[in-house]
Design a protein around this ligand. Structure first.
Ligand SMILES: [Zn+2]
Length: 230
């Protein structure tokens, strides 16, 4: 069994060409199937990839971004796990719209906002050829919820229940987790910060176990997750 240190040394070698999210126009699913020898009979699946963004957003912190924190339970804050940042460039010249973390297979992924509703889930059969989904593989997407303006009064009117549905609004902000091994939540489920959502793997357009973590603003599309991952 390899030591943790050896695993960490080996992981960056499994370079990520990964996900096509937001770059479907630039890197078509057909191209990806070609690269990896997938038959046109498989995929792209029912997934709806999140939009891309603008590389002027790299490093920008949006004050209304309700997401924050490290998206896995494996060595939070270990920036050496990042193999591909926001707006790093794919070989074909198109930008990458998330952050890739080369964490071990089976690492638990976490909700990174106080409260969210699960929007899209693709848990797929246990067959990689049926789990392409535009390159996202097995994936899930959550939408952050934010407190209503009169949150305190709202909570009071709900007998002090800080989690009352009436006191939270959908924000339009999305977090998408790709290339998963398992998804342990269901569409429309409410989740809370730190809650386990699934585990990592290498499904979809990925050539090494990693998590692609992407944040999308309702105003500007994809934004750089890194400034809010501390
Ligand atoms: Zn990625």
């Amino acid at each position: 069994m390899m030591s943790k240190r050896l695993v960490l040394l080996a992981l960056p070698l499994l370079t990520c060409l990964c996900c096509v999210a937001g770059a479907v126009g630039a890197i078509t699913p057909m191209n990806h199937r070609g690269w990896y020898g997938y038959s046109p009979d498989y995929g792209p699946g029912d997934g709806e990839p999140p939009e891309g963004g603008n590389c002027d957003n790299a490093g920008v912190v949006y004050p209304d971004n309700p997401f924050g924190g490290w998206p896995t339970d494996y060595e939070p804050g270990e920036w050496g796990l990042v193999t591909f940042y926001y707006c790093n460039i794919y070989p074909d010249g198109s930008p990458h719209w998330g952050v890739d973390l080369a964490v071990p297979e089976g690492t638990t992924i976490l909700a990174t906002t106080d409260r969210a509703i699960v929007r899209q889930v693709e848990s797929c059969p246990d067959n990689e050829y049926d789990c392409w989904n535009y390159g996202m593989g097995r994936y899930l997407q959550i939408e952050a919820q934010i407190r209503v303006d009169d949150y305190d009064a709202c909570v009071e009117s709900h007998a002090g229940d800080t989690d009352a549905d009436d006191c939270w609004l959908n924000s339009g902000w999305l977090a998408t987790y790709m290339h998963l091994q398992s998804v342990t939540v269901s569409a429309s489920q409410i989740v809370h910060r730190g809650e386990a959502l699934g585990t990592t793997d290498n499904s979809g357009n990925s050539n090494g176990t990693h998590l692609h973590y992407q944040l999308n603003s309702p105003a500007v599309g994809a934004v750089d997750p890194a400034p809010t991952m501390y």
